[in-house]
Design a protein around this ligand. Structure first.
Ligand code: ADP
Length: 232
């Protein structure tokens, strides 16, 4: 069964702007999928639909067999608990340490304290931040902050990791390190969907590439390339 299915998805904002048009997508467990396309193509809209930040105008979305649009407002947190979401700007809690930022994601789902104490160091090790556990985000580089965000996103073993331009604020070398972490997580079985402008990374990784232009899927290649000139 597909982990993510979208059928007949379109999205027109109240302003009248149509961001997505008749999108059909099936993503299987374990896939690594890049979503690429020019600015304004509809990538962020696509990503936001996945965690029901916004609702489509038409169509259906299923995550692990659950009809996302049928969820009642009080059920949406349960959907989001199954997703690890990573943004360009990290979105860490600046008054909490690295350890506390990651632990917080487990506290929210009421994980037992013993499990938290065991699991948080494991994921910090995985992202190479074990020695930074007691630092605050403000004491870290951008790349390190994004590693914390990744650790937080995967600490509860999500069904799906969703990343929106995760290397958008990072230099090429740091971006490569971050991408290696994503690659490692994917090799361990986690499904990843990533919107990106990072041509070098997409071409390097040779994973599935879905290209969106003007709201349409114009390309869906299993071992794809970025296929555009870099915008920035
Ligand atoms: P991308 O992430 O590829 O840059 P977006 O999904 O952000 O593209 O935007 C797709 C289209 O939808 C654009 O025309 C954009 O102006 C429009 N759009 C995005 N968000 C909103 C919004 N909140 N309200 C109105 N229009 C929006």
């Amino acid at each position: 069964m597909a982990l993510l299915t979208m059928t007949g998805i379109s999205k027109t904002y109240q302003s009248g702007a149509t961001a997505l048009r008749n999108i059909d997508i099936h993503i299987k467990p374990g896939e690594f999928v890049f979503v690429v396309g020019p600015s304004g193509a509809g990538k962020s809209t696509f990503i936001k639909l996945l965690f029901r930040e916004i609702e489509p105008t038409t169509g259906k979305i299923f995550v692990d067999g659950v009809d996302v649009m049928s969820l009642k407002p009080n059920e949406i947190p349960y959907l989001r608990r199954q997703l690890g979401i990573i943004f360009q700007d990290y979105r860490l809690l600046n008054d909490r340490t690295v350890y506390e930022n990651v632990a917080f994601a487990m506290e929210v789902i009421e994980a037992p304290t013993e499990k938290i104490k065991k699991r948080v160091p494991e994921v910090l090790e995985l992202v190479g931040l074990r020695s930074r556990a007691d630092n605050y985000p403000g004491e870290l580089s951008g790349g390190e902050q994004q590693r914390v965000a990744i650790a937080r996103a995967i600490v509860n073993d999500p069904l799906l990791v969703i990343a929106d331009e995760p290397t958008g604020n990072l230099d090429p070398e740091t971006s490569m390190e971050i991408m290696k972490i994503f690659s490692h997580i994917n090799e361990n079985g986690t499904t990843i969907i990533m919107a990106t402008h990072d041509k070098t990374m997409v071409d390097f990784m040779q994973k599935r590439v879905i290209a969106i232009e003007d709201g349409y899927i114009v390309r869906d290649d299993l071992k794809g390339v970025y296929g555009y000139e870099p915008e920035h």
